[in-house]
Design a protein around this ligand. Structure first.
Ligand code: AFD
Ligand code: MN
Ligand code: MN
Length: 397
């Protein structure tokens, strides 16, 4: 006989689809250096291959987010990209433009005082929209590094108005060319700009989304908050407004550290998922949220870090769906502070391993995907030909 908890958790896991980032498989580093891994993916084919490995091991990650400039060459046709993804058992996920690395974006993209930079950014977004519409993606996910480094450097309200106009124009192009797509607008308090960032917090993203059009939603990157910020409160508020579009998962000790989710503060992630679970319990509907990993796997082997992340996210999401919602509501109604907290902590401390194992058994995937990967020798087997290919390309690793 299936218990209510089992039904609730399995149904939640069915809907908890976690998109993996192409950039999670490639060599990354910090501004102090890049650390090469032999099995790191370089080509789009290798990235889709690795995404397929993760999905076959977890049954939870059917799409891979594309970072347009990091992954694609101008010659690649959208239909070929979609076919390549399909050949590895995954689909094309969110389209991530890049208007922060080209030298023309030195003073910003859509907010730049330089009309040519604004024009370049708009042209790049137009190309991204055409690409997304033609390769079966469902989402355009925008992050801007726009900002300034010094007081007085630029006119803050002029920058805001230029960005509002650009996002409105982008939204209109989505309506014309890619009507099924969601438009996610990410925020970040600082970095690469160090005095002000044009989309610095959830409120600014909210206002930009409202001005852009009805497809636009706020994207919460869990590493993009100043220390002490109550992220689950932002989640609750945006859920209630119908303006939460999705997440970029990672963890952080100090800033946007891009560590793996739950590695520093798993209880914080649980509290975020608890707000979503409560919303789903009370509405009886799945929250329309895009869950995407956005991490830099500098020290951890890329594939291990990605599988570990998917499993950790599933575990915390399952725990959040173990909360006794009726007992919690009663304790809250009676201002039973300790009682309410005890209900929440009991769910957090629930061992959901048997529930995860049964969910995976039902899908024919390994009960412990990470252990399976680590014992398979796959990463070592991938490293050798990829290292050889790198040497052919560059003459050295
Ligand atoms: C960087 C940014 C932001 C963005 C990601 C992918 O901080 O999180 O979403 O790159 O473009 O991590
Ligand atoms: Mn992000
Ligand atoms: Mn980030």
């Amino acid at each position: 006989m299936t218990s209510d908890i089992e039904t609730t958790v399995w149904r939640a896991l069915d809907g908890f689809v976690i998109e993996i980032p192409s950039w999670g498989f490639a060599d990354t580093g910090t501004r102090f250096g890049k650390f090469h891994q032999p099995a790191a993916a370089v080509t789009l084919e290798e990235k889709f291959h690795d995404a397929g490995v993760v999905h076959r091991l977890t049954a939870a990650s059917p799409t891979m987010a594309i970072h347009v400039q990091w992954d694609l060459s101008p010659q690649q046709r959208p239909q070929d990209i979609a076919a390549l993804a399909k050949s590895h058992g995954v689909g094309v996920g969110s389209i991530n433009p890049n208007v922060f690395q080209d030298p023309c974006y030195k003073f910003g993209s859509f907010c730049s005082p330089d009309a040519d930079a604004r024009r370049s950014a708009r042209e790049h977004l137009a190309e991204c929209i055409t690409l997304g519409a033609q390769c079966g993606s469902q989402c355009l996910s925008i992050w801007l590094g726009d900002g300034t480094n010094y007081p007085g450097q630029d006119h803050l309200r002029r920058r805001k108005r230029d960005l509002q106009a650009a996002l409105r124009d982008i939204h209109q192009q989505l309506d014309r060319e890619w009507p099924a797509a969601a438009l996610l607008v990410e925020y970040k308090p600082f970095e690469p700009a160090f005095y002000h960032t044009d989309i610095a917090d959830w409120g600014m993203s909210y206002v930009f989304c409202k001005a852009a059009g009805e497809k636009a939603r706020v994207l919460i990157d869990t590493g993009h908050h100043l220390p002490g910020c109550n992220i689950e409160h932002i989640v609750a508020f945006l859920l209630d407004e119908g303006m939460l579009g999705g997440f970029h998962f990672n963890d952080r000790k100090y800033a946007d550290d891009d560590l793996t989710i739950g590695s520093i503060d798993p209880y914080a992630v649980f509290r975020i998922f608890d707000q979503i679970a409560q919303f789903e319990f009370e509405t009886g509907a799945r929250a329309p949220i895009a869950y995407t990993i956005d991490q830099s796997h500098n020290l951890k082997p890329k594939l291990e870090a990605t599988v570990q992340t998917v499993c950790e996210a599933q575990k915390l999401f399952a725990k959040a769906h173990c909360v006794d919602r009726k007992a919690l509501a009663a304790a809250q109604a009676n201002t039973d502070v300790v009682g309410a907290e005890t209900v929440l902590r009991a769910a957090y401390e629930t061992d959901v391993t048997p529930l995860l194992h049964q969910w995976r058994r039902n899908r024919g995937v390994p009960l412990d995907p990470l252990a399976e990967l680590r014992s398979s020798g796959l990463i070592e087997r991938l490293g050798r030909p990829r290292e050889a290919a790198r040497e052919r390309r560059h003459g050295s690793p």
